[in-house]
Design a protein around this ligand. Structure first.
Ligand SMILES: [Zn+2]
Length: 81
């Protein structure tokens, strides 16, 4: 086994990461879901837009979380709103 085969699994920020179905984070069956602070959640409930502190890419078929990101660019993903 080569080192590349060993560390292929658990790198959350890897662009090539896929779920059990083989979808990556840009696939249309993969949703971007934001994690909000308590304050952010309250803002959303009141209809005020808030930015998440973390985004999670989850497959809608198998519900695998493919990746998580706190990258400011990822947090502005249009799929979040
Ligand atoms: Zn899947």
């Amino acid at each position: 086994m080569t080192p590349n085969e060993i560390d292929g699994e658990d790198r959350g920020a890897d662009d090539q990461a896929t779920c059990s179905c083989g979808y990556d984070r840009n696939h249309h069956m993969v949703s971007a879901k934001g994690d909000y602070t308590l304050y952010g959640s309250i803002c959303l409930i009141m209809g005020i837009s808030a930015h998440p502190i973390k985004v999670r890419y989850m497959c809608r078929m198998c519900h695998d979380v493919i990746a998580e990101s706190t990258d400011p660019k990822a947090l502005k993903d249009p799929r979040l709103l």
